[in-house]
Design a protein around this ligand. Structure first.
Ligand code: HEM
Length: 107
């Protein structure tokens, strides 16, 4: 699925910006990351040959995020308060996706 040109435009090209929102400031999400409308990506596969290490891989990702929180200072992009408004999606999500400024913590 990840390499299928019927699913992805130029599937073999490394283009992380395909996952970004529109650059024009509105919050329209170009890529349906949560698979609400369709599923285009299954990072760990599915079924009998799905990744048997999904649990350890997700645990490592939590560890990775925890390290980012520990080592960097996170502030709202515009310096103001963080808008914690929610909206119901497949799960409860932030109404306005979080955009932050990240800088190394001084210890
Ligand atoms: C973020 C990390 C990882 C991702 C995204 C990932 C993803 C995948 C995917 C897509 C498959 C193929 C599933 C399919 O054919 O349907 C796979 C298979 C597999 N993965 Fe992972 N994996 C990750 C980490 C790991 C780790 C850490 C290990 C080992 C410690 C591991 C061991 C395996 C093994 C042994 C298979 C083959 C399973 C089989 O063919 O029966 N993976 N993984």
């Amino acid at each position: 699925m990840g390499w299928d040109a019927n699913v992805w435009e130029d599937p073999m090209e490394f283009r992380p910006e395909r996952f970004l929102e529109n650059g024009d400031g509105d919050q329209e999400v170009v890529f349906d990351l949560k698979g609400i409308k369709e599923i285009k990506m299954m990072p760990f596969g599915a079924g009998r040959r799905a990744c048997p290490a999904i649990t350890i891989a997700l645990l490592h990702q939590e560890y990775f995020v925890a390290n980012l929180v520990r080592d960097f200072a996170w502030t709202a992009e515009n310096g103001g308060d963080i808008d914690l408004s929610e909206k119901q999606d497949f799960t409860m999500v932030m109404k306005n996706p979080l955009r932050v400024h990240v800088s190394p913590r001084t210890r």
